[in-house]
Design a protein around this ligand. Structure first.
Ligand SMILES: Cc1cc2nc3c(=O)[nH]c(=O)nc-3n(C[C@H](O)[C@H](O)[C@H](O)COP(=O)(O)OP(=O)(O)OC[C@H]3O[C@@H](n4cnc5c(N)ncnc54)[C@H](O)[C@@H]3O)c2cc1C
Length: 325
């Protein structure tokens, strides 16, 4: 029997959307495989939001309640997840692809002596393996982990679950034992980069810019558009390397893999390394002054023009439109 454990990441008491999608995806996998159970592990404050009705299937969530763990602490989180994994005799541990999971999963792989595979897009119900895009998404490679216990970080591509939400979930309090609270590395300060904007890895709408934005100030237009649409600002590596945007916003092979419903690529050429991060985007809108730019090959809608002329017009039209709604 497969016993799947899903790490449910919370920030400030709110469970991340991509953790919920991972849970739903794992429920789907359990249904495909049969003879499998799904449970979740949640570390953080007693008050947790964004779970009601969002999660599919049946299962249990082990909740290690600790007010001081509202913020991430590597050692403590790893201890709690490892304890739960061992106590419940789990076979597989799943993470959404987030900054926290990229830090936590390797620690757990060592602690649990488990195989670790990141960037997975699917688990094959027949052969017990996973697929992962390689060479900037040009090929899909299949991997079969050697060890009995396995850890998977599912990329955003795998987050699209067809499971319907509204499952029967039970919560069980767990008493973390492995570490005392004095072992926690204290978080001195948390900096919120952009208030009111979702993270690119979770956003349904992303307004991304590249070198064509001309500088950090060019991104003001993209911020305005993102705020109007309730989306996030993303960036190409060039924009990040130039210091115009933080690395947290970089999309692509060495940045984040995203799966928004709507993706704006403004002044982005569409290099293969950038496209590797947007393979699961829904509708792609490209604005570029070079009509031969490769981004137009993958765009659903393309606009040939200067971003500094097109974007202000788009913003004005959108504001007018929103007034009528
Ligand atoms: C190992 C490796 C990993 C990499 N990882 C990543 C990654 O994760 N993410 C990533 O993005 N890149 C990555 N890259 C870099 C990638 O190859 C490209 O260099 C980068 O994506 C180009 O960024 P860009 O599209 O912003 O810039 P450019 O390629 O310079 O394109 C700028 C575009 O803007 C257009 N433009 C210029 N002015 C205007 C204007 N006024 N109005 C409208 N359009 C305009 C131009 O026509 C052009 O198409 C990686 C490269 C390597 C080798």
């Amino acid at each position: 029997m497969n016993k799947f454990l899903v790490f449910l990441e919370q920030r400030e008491g709110v469970v991340k959307k991509n953790s919920i999608s991972t849970w739903n995806r794992v429920q789907e996998l359990a249904a495909l495989r049969g003879n499998s159970v799904v449970s979740g592990i949640l570390v953080g404050p007693a008050e947790i939001r964004q779970l009601d009705g969002a999660m599919a299937g049946n299962g249990m969530i082990y909740h290690a309640k600790e007010e001081r763990l509202r913020l991430y602490s590597q050692e403590y989180y790893a201890g709690v997840v490892a304890d739960t994994f061992k106590r419940e005799d789990c076979t597989d541990l799943f993470f959404a692809d987030t900054v926290m999971s990229r830090d936590l999963a390797p620690r757990l792989s060592v602690r649990l002596q488990a195989s670790l595979l990141n960037g997975c897009i699917t688990s094959d119900a027949e052969v017990d393996g996973v697929s992962r895009p390689v060479y900037s998404g040009s090929f899909l490679a299949s991997f079969i982990p050697k060890r009995y216990q396995r850890i998977f970080i599912l990329s955003s591509d795998a987050q699209l679950s067809s499971c319907s939400a509204g499952g029967n979930i039970d919560f069980i309090d767990v008493e973390p034992r492995s570490f005392s609270i004095k072992d926690i590395v204290p978080v001195v300060r948390q900096i919120v980069m952009r208030e009111g904007m979702p993270d690119v890895s979770e956003a349904r709408i992303i307004v991304a810019g590249g070198r064509g934005m001309g500088g950090a100030e060019g991104f003001t237009l993209l911020e305005q558009l993102a705020l109007l649409l309730g989306g996030a600002v993303g960036a190409s590596r060039t924009a990040v390397d130039e210091g115009w945007r933080p690395h947290a916003e970089q999309i692509g092979q060495t940045g984040k893999t995203v799966a928004p419903a709507l993706y704006f690529a403004c002044g982005i050429s569409g290099a293969v390394q950038h496209l590797a991060g947007i393979g699961s985007a829904g509708i792609v809108v490209a604005i570029n002054c070079d009509r031969h730019a490769p981004i137009f090959d993958v765009a659903d809608y393309g606009l040939t023009g200067d971003v500094h002329i097109v974007l202000p017009k788009l913003l004005d039209s959108l504001k007018e439109f929103l007034k009528t709604q």
